[in-house]
Design a protein around this ligand. Structure first.
Ligand code: ZN
Length: 301
């Protein structure tokens, strides 16, 4: 069912239908709205505050119809919780908790592999350190028992060369929250095209020392993890895309708290990342209130 829906959204299929049918119902137009499912329910972050911010951001874009699937709390049995991934164009994880039951894991991997979209936000990359396929899907992760066996640390040099460091050590670190500049490293990707080359992100945790399989992964943007902020002194990934099977993954390590997510830059990258994950295209424009290289821009609650 899912694959048929996705096929019908392909522009070439639509052109054929349009040419032969003349009056096409508007629901079949390839520009969405895309169905997106947010997963939450367990997190060492305030998911009850952040899920509504992301949901409102996505719905207000006019591009998404958003549902939320909330897992049982930590310590409770998850076997009755079965999110219907296949009914959605994209899934967004705001979840960092107990390993999902085998049936949910299998359905999730099959969904992405078969062409589903996935958006991984902040601590969702702490989840499931020992779940091999999940780590391939997100590219890089932190904490969760990850170490050199999980894959290399990945960062970029000043001039944009990607470095992969296989040295031993734990994954995931951050210093005190602060505003930091996000620098676009790939200006040709649909998610980043037309975005200011550098923009100042609102107060957030700057995730550093992420490591993972990093296969079929591209780093679209980095932030400089300053040693004065207890960072590595490297330019570390802040926007990542991964191809997994037929699926598309957008991964943002940003988004520690609701105030971080009210950054117009975060909101725009979330919308564009989710749109790309769902459809392979980006139509959402860079808004007028987008931050500049020297000034943050946050939206009121
Ligand atoms: Zn955090």
């Amino acid at each position: 069912m899912h694959s048929i829906i996705r096929y019908l959204k392909l522009p070439c299929a639509l052109l054929t239908i349009t040419a032969s049918a003349g009056s096409l119902p508007t629901s079949a137009v390839a520009s969405g709205p895309w169905k997106l499912l947010i997963i939450d329910g367990q997190n060492n972050h305030d998911w009850k505050a952040t899920t509504p911010v992301m949901k409102k951001t996505l719905v207000d874009s006019g591009l998404f119809q958003v549902d939320v699937s909330t897992s049982p709390p930590a310590g409770q049995d998850l076997t009755g919780w079965k999110p219907d991934f296949a009914a959605y164009d994209a899934v967004l994880s705001n979840y960092n908790g107990t390993l999902w039951p085998p049936a949910v894991r299998q359905a999730f991997v099959a969904y992405i592999r078969g062409g589903g979209g996935f958006v991984c936000v902040h601590a969702a990359n702490n989840s499931f350190g020992n779940w091999h396929e999940y780590n391939e899907i997100i590219g890089l992760g932190g904490w969760g028992g990850r170490d050199e066996k999980s894959g290399p640390y990945v960062y970029l040099t000043e001039d944009g060369q990607e470095m992969r460091d296989t040295s031993q050590g734990r994954a995931g670190a951050h210093g005190p929250q602060h505003e930091f500049q996000v620098v676009i490293r790939n200006t040709n990707h649909p998610i980043t095209r037309g975005m200011p080359k550098a923009w100042l992100h609102a107060k957030d945790e700057l995730y550093d020392y992420l490591r993972g399989p990093a296969a079929n992964m591209r780093v679209l943007a980095t932030a400089y993890s300053a040693k004065q902020q207890r960072g590595s002194g490297n330019h570390v990934p802040m926007m990542i895309v991964v191809d997994y099977g037929e699926g598309r993954v957008f991964h943002t390590p940003m988004g520690h708290a609701d105030y971080s997510m009210r950054c117009a830059g975060f909101a725009t990258t979330l919308i564009r990342g989710a749109e790309w994950a769902a459809s392979g295209k980006v139509t959402f424009p860079v808004p007028d209130d987008f931050p500049t290289s020297q000034a943050t821009s946050s939206r009121s609650p």
